[in-house]
Design a binder for this molecule. Structure first.
Ligand code: ATP
Ligand SMILES: Nc1nc2c(ncn2[C@@H]2O[C@H](COP(=O)(O)O)[C@@H](O)[C@H]2O)c(=O)[nH]1
Length: 216
């Protein structure tokens, strides 16, 4: 009689979950909520040359760096992707992402469409991308203003770029509207849950199925 299988778990490769949106649609809000109750998921902390906002912490929200240091990171190939967004530079430190993936975690990214395109060119099979839309332009502006962390000039600059950013929605695997945050979050969780059991990610399936067919 074959031995009982002790565990139903099947090994899988980590995935890279990207959230993009026009500024203010809710990526940070959704990311924090998702990380709070999701196992095996790490946030990718970007490097940026933008000034720190009130309430932000260096090393947690971003690594705030000078332009000269950002350039050094590019030249040393330390960034997985990078882009200029609203006049500042942003990039994803490569080592932390590679460490998280190789230790069996998924990685969550809050990056723009330019960065998503670069990740898609390099690591398409591991990428799951979601574009977050606001329910309306007026709601987007209200959110940017009520966040109260940027000057009127910065808010106006971000609103003026929103339409152009939204035009990239077709490049994403999924599009979710963030009207009610809990509903939006449950859609994001459903996407993650399904993508985690995608056949092509489940490296342990061949052994698991062979075992089943042999009666284990
Ligand atoms: N569904 C929602 N309903 C109402 N307000 C929301 C909702 N989602 C997020 N917000 C609020 O909108 C503001 C902007 O949200 P958030 O900072 O998460 O956006 P973001 O997409 O990360 O912006 P950025 O691209 O500028 O970093 C915040 O004050 C947040 O509390
Ligand atoms: N391509 C990248 N885009 C990034 C990265 N980190 C953040 N972002 C995007 O920048 C804007 C503005 O962010 P904010 O914090 O200044 O409001 C937003 O769209 C982010 O998604 C990155 O590493 N690479």
């Amino acid at each position: 009689m074959p031995a009982m299988r002790e565990s139903m778990s099947v090994d899988r490769r980590g995935l890279m979950l990207v959230l993009s949106s026009p500024s203010g649609a809710g990526k940070t809000t959704l990311s924090r909520a998702l990380l709070a109750d999701t196992d095996n998921m790490k946030m990718s902390v970007s490097a940026t040359t933008r000034p720190m906002r009130p309430g932000e912490t260096d090393g947690e929200d971003y690594f705030f760096v000078e332009p000269v240091d950002f350039n050094l990171m590019i030249n040393r190939d330390e960034l997985l992707e990078h882009a200029k967004v609203f006049g500042n530079y942003y990039g994803t430190p490569r080592a932390a992402v590679e460490d998280a993936l190789s230790s069996g975690n998924d990685v969550l990214f809050d990056i723009d469409w330019q960065g998503t395109q670069q990740l898609a060119q390099k690591m398409r099979d591991d990428l799951v991308s979601i574009f977050i839309l606001p329910p309306s332009t007026a709601a987007l502006e209200k959110r940017l203003k009520s966040r109260a962390q940027d000057s009127d000039e910065v808010v106006a600059q971000r609103m003026s770029k929103a339409s152009e950013e939204i035009s990239h929605w077709r490049e994403y695997d999924y599009v979710v509207v963030n009207d009610d945050v809990d509903e939006c979050l449950s859609e994001v969780r459903a996407i993650l849950k399904a993508e985690r059991v995608r056949c092509s990610r489940r490296t342990g399936l061949i052994d698991f199925v062979s075992g089943l067919r042999e009666g284990y």
